[in-house]
Design a protein around this ligand. Structure first.
Ligand SMILES: Nc1nc2c(c(=O)[nH]1)N[C@H]1C(S)=C(S)[C@@H](COP(=O)(O)OP(=O)(O)OC[C@H]3O[C@@H](n4cnc5c(=O)[nH]c(N)nc54)[C@H](O)[C@@H]3O)O[C@H]1N2
Ligand SMILES: Nc1nc2c(c(=O)[nH]1)N[C@H]1C(S)=C(S)[C@@H](COP(=O)(O)OP(=O)(O)OC[C@H]3O[C@@H](n4cnc5c(=O)[nH]c(N)nc54)[C@H](O)[C@@H]3O)O[C@H]1N2
Ligand SMILES: [Mo]
Length: 847
């Protein structure tokens, strides 16, 4: 029997008196009793089982600061989660001008009231303590305080100098997946039509560039086909390289509630680690790293061999079947078994699970996206759904997941290198249309080659042609691969760096100018989650000191630079979040991501709404592709496609000839081995990723007591066999080394795949003050990762590399600091105390 997640022990308590609820209806639904749960020990809270096709029950989660009573809350301010891509709707509790807690919004389509641990506790990171409150500039090698005028004038002077001396190519912008839509759009306009630079990208390049790319390759355009409500209907759910339990915990709660209800779906998990998803899976495959294409080719082979292709759908809606069928013909389960190092029978079982499904939901994330054949593999998942006609109806959907909360907006607004509104840079009519929206000459918008991707921008900075880099909402000195190189680039005298952040991060330490930004809850704006749901996030409290919303900073820069349109009027003609949103609506009108029907008023008064929403009467669009693939039409499509092996763009003429009527594209690819394979010197495969309790480089979650205590320091995971072979035991301090560098970490022995080691990438140097030059202090996973990327999406390969692990000192009985109730659970629980949060981590749920 597979272990079932035990219901957490709960404490009954009476509902507090005087609680304010938004509507009479939710008051009526309120239970007399609430349960209180330690949400560090029991991250997913109590279960509310439900059956296929019935609505997911509501459950309102809340957490208030110790000593704060419900009646102390003066205002509940609407927002949504900002520490992952799920977009869980929540209200922020405010008292005496401070945030004092949060609660989930029960009426919202996304979460029906639930919140994950990062959202229940993460708001504490806003508190001023060590927030940046004034701009800083570098003087004689040191960062010193200054006022906004001086900092902005310095940036403006440098920008103008560079534009004059070298032209727009000297200036680059590297932004985020964590700002708001209004901010990205403003940045895209000023970078593209103001400066006129091709160098604008987001950290979304490291994150879900492959999600966007795979959608373009298969459907001609970005846009998530599926909806979270597909979980309510699916009879099979397949997760490819996606640890949803830890990275979108509320989406996992929805799956758990189906699993615990009548008619549970069958679950396929493809992941080398024993994640909470793997533990609940009907079939768990733990393949050799970097073999996703081989495995998926075998699943496609079996789909065809067993006659499970939906011939009518394929004929009517797709092109490329013959080529795909020919390509996977030899990809039998036995063939894939050799490459993936899995039993052929297990692959066959997985093929049965997806092939026998009538309502299949698949999700894809970093185990696929951060690998050497990222796009080729992600596209095979789309192929599986196209072959089986599993799109556009309840339960049949693909979620090419996002990771960051606002990554969808980075993409839509064109702050990720693409043109805003999913316009096609190779289509002159799309460029002309954008020029019309902006009232500029089309030639002013750079479009004569593919947009510069982030890895390329850093290369140009290294070579000295990029002379100014403005970094907003990202911490590349911890999150980019091969950190020694990244530090050297950011520290170059020839590069003028501006860093716009909340804290003095590892990256800010290397900057020439540091701008203090306001963040979530301190500013207003909208953002869109992984299933296209748009939420409005209102300002709840004032930012600390002189910190300003990113939008204000960008508007200020545009004004000081004097950017104008072709009539001499201001290029950026808006002045606040709502007017920026209205400007974006005009840019999105008629495009697939159409926001025309949304307004701040509508989003404020109701719950999240999914785009496209073309007019005021539209309720939004739950699923895309309910009847064909209109956005793949040559005149509409965002991309004419790329060669899946080389990434070379396909030209418009070829696309038009191949796909004149705009059908979905079945795209074939061959498995190729990863560039860096294991050797005698580096005999282990290294992968990196996340844990439930931390977000990225921990600038927020590292400052939250409940979250930090659950995973306070770096560790490395290894299987029992590999540990025994090296004479290593739980807690031993080891060096994990690759040809790039090494990390010192405490060993956790787990049930992960033999031959693989895993490092969490969250731990940098800001809170230890350690210097990476010192072997003892080196703890950022990216000291070890390689500068290389998927040829199609240009996403770096954080999940593939070769490493060795060697003993530094014995633990002497001290276990590693890794959590015990996640993928890092020890294979032998005996010597390791369980992860708990205690009274400070109690949160209530009204179910
Ligand atoms: N708690 C938490 N949640 C987050 C974030 C966070 O930092 N912390 N970040 C957010 C962001 S930006 C992102 S992008 C998402 C990422 O969310 P996920 O993609 O779910 O997270 P990862 O841990 O990066 O990787 C997922 C899994 O890929 C597996 N994997 C590694 N190599 C392979 C392989 O070769 N094949 C397959 N099939 N699987 C492999 C790993 O074992 C791992 O369990 O999470 C979002 N949510
Ligand atoms: N080895 C390895 N490396 C990885 C990954 C991996 O799996 N393994 N995953 C990659 C992925 S998927 C991602 S998304 C990246 C994440 O990498 P980063 O983006 O570098 O990580 P964060 O820590 O989220 O950095 C965001 C920064 O923005 C700041 N910030 C937060 N809110 C705001 C705001 O409103 N305004 C401004 N101006 N700043 C703000 C935060 O303080 C923080 O410094 O890491 C990538 N790197
Ligand atoms: Mo990400």
């Amino acid at each position: 029997m597979r272990p079932r997640t035990r219901s957490p022990p709960t404490r009954r308590r009476r509902s507090p008196p005087g609680r304010t609820e938004p509507t009479g209806a939710s008051r009526a639904r309120r239970r007399a009793e609430e349960t209180s749960v330690d949400r560090i020990a029991h991250p997913w809270g109590p279960r509310t089982p439900y059956a296929a096709g019935s609505p997911w029950p509501r459950r309102t989660d809340r957490h208030l600061a110790p000593g704060t009573r419900e009646e102390d809350v003066e205002r509940w301010v609407p927002s949504a989660s900002l520490l992952h891509s799920n977009g869980d709707a929540m209200d922020i509790a405010v008292a005496r001008g401070e945030i004092v807690g949060v609660r989930g919004r029960a009426s919202d389509r996304v979460n029906h009231g639930r919140l994950g641990p990062k959202d229940l506790f993460g708001w504490q990171a806003n508190a001023p303590r060590d927030r940046l409150t004034r701009p800083l500039v570098r003087e004689r090698g040191r960062l010193v305080d200054c006022d906004w005028d001086r900092a902005m004038n310095l940036i403006v002077r440098r920008s103008k100098e560079l534009l004059e001396r070298q032209g727009p190519d000297a200036v680059g912008f590297y932004t985020s997946g964590q700002l708001f839509l209004e901010e990205y759009y403003t940045l895209a306009v000023l970078a593209r039509a103001g400066i006129g630079t091709p160098h604008l990208d987001g950290n979304t390049r490291l994150c879900t560039a492959t999600a966007a790319e795979s959608l373009k390759q298969s459907f001609g355009c970005d846009g998530q086909p599926g909806s979270y409500t597909d979980v309510d209907h699916a009879d099979a759910i397949a997760l490819f390289g996606h640890n949803v339990a830890e990275t979108q915990p509320v989406l996992w709660m929805r799956m758990l509630d189906r699993l615990e209800g009548p008619t549970p779906p069958r679950l396929l998990c493809v992941d080398p680690r024993p994640t909470p998803v793997a533990r609940r899976a009907t079939v768990h495959l733990a393949p050799r790293l970097g073999t996703n294409v081989a495995l998926l080719s075998a699943l496609l082979h079996e789909t065809i061999r067993t006659g499970r292709v939906d011939r009518v759908f394929v004929e009517r809606h797709t092109i490329g079947y013959e080529e795909l069928a020919a390509r996977v013909e030899r990809c039998t389960p036995r063939w894939a078994a050799g490459i993936c190092d899995l039993p052929a029978a297990a692959i066959q079982e997985a093929a049965e699970l997806v092939g026998g499904a009538e309502r299949l939901l698949s999700t894809v994330l970093q185990g696929v996206y951060q690998s050497h054949q990222a796009t080729a593999a992600a596209v095979q998942v789309n192929n599986l759904h196209l072959l089986r006609g599993m799109l556009g109806r309840p339960g049949a959907g693909v979620l090419q997941m996002n990771g960051q909360p606002t990554a969808q907006n980075t993409r839509e607004c064109g702050a990720d290198g693409d043109l805003p509104g999913f316009r096609n840079w190779q289509n002159p009519r799309h460029v002309a249309d954008l020029a019309r929206v902006w009232n500029v000459d089309p030639e002013r918008i750079p479009h004569d080659g593919p947009p510069t991707h982030a890895m390329r921008m850093f290369r140009e900075a290294e070579e000295g042609s990029l002379r100014m880099l403005w970094i907003s909402g990202t911490n590349p000195a911890v999150s980019l691969p091969e950190l020694e190189r990244v530090r050297a680039i950011l520290g170059r005298d020839s590069l003028f760096t501006v860093v716009q952040d909340l804290f003095l991060t590892e990256t800010a330490h290397l900057a020439d100018v540091v701008l203090p930004a306001a963040t979530w809850a301190e500013k207003r704006g909208t953002f869109t989650n992984a299933d296209r749901t748009v939420h409005l996030s209102e300002k709840a409290v004032d930012p600390p000191g002189e910190a300003r919303p990113d939008l204000d900073i960008f508007l200020d820069y545009a004004e000081r630079m004097g950017f104008t349109d072709r009539d001499g009027a201001p290029l950026v003609a808006w002045h606040d979040a709502e007017s920026a949103f209205e400007a974006w609506k005009r840019c999105s009108a008629g495009r697939p991501c159409d926001y025309s029907g949304l307004t701040y008023a509508r989003l404020r008064d109701g719950d999240g709404i999914q785009w496209p929403c073309p007019d005021a009467s539209s309720p939004g669009t739950e699923r895309l592709y309910t009847d064909g693939f209109p956005w793949a039409a040559p005149e509409v499509c965002e991309s004419y496609g790329k060669d899946l092996a080389t990434g070379d763009p396909v030209g418009p003429a070829t696309y038009r000839a191949r796909n004149p009527h705009g059908k979905a594209l079945l795209r074939a690819a061959d498995h190729t081995p990863p560039g860096e394979d294991t050797t005698a010197e580096h005999p282990l495969q290294l992968t990196t990723g996340r844990t439930l309790y931390h977000f990225h480089t921990r600038t927020k979650t590292g400052r939250v007591p409940q979250l930090n205590a659950a995973a306070p320091d770096v560790w490395v995971e290894m299987s029992r066999r590999d540990a025994d072979e090296r004479g290593l035991a739980e807690g031993d301090l080891v060096d994990v080394s690759t040809p790039r560098g090494s990390v010192r970490a405490a060993l956790r022995v787990t049930g992960l795949r033999d031959g693989v080691v895993f490092l969490p990438f969250h731990y940098g140097y800001w809170d230890t003050g350690g210097a990476p030059e010192d072997a003892d202090a080196r703890r950022a996973a990216n000291e070890t990762t390689i500068t290389d990327w998927d040829p199609v999406s240009k996403q770096p390969l954080f999940k593939i590399g070769a490493a060795q692990v060697t003993l530094v000192t014995r633990a002497g009985g001290h276990p590693s600091p890794a959590p015990t109730n996640t993928a890092s659970a020890p294979d032998d629980p005996e010597p390791v105390p369980p992860t708990t949060g205690g009274p400070a981590a109690e949160a209530s749920s009204d179910a």
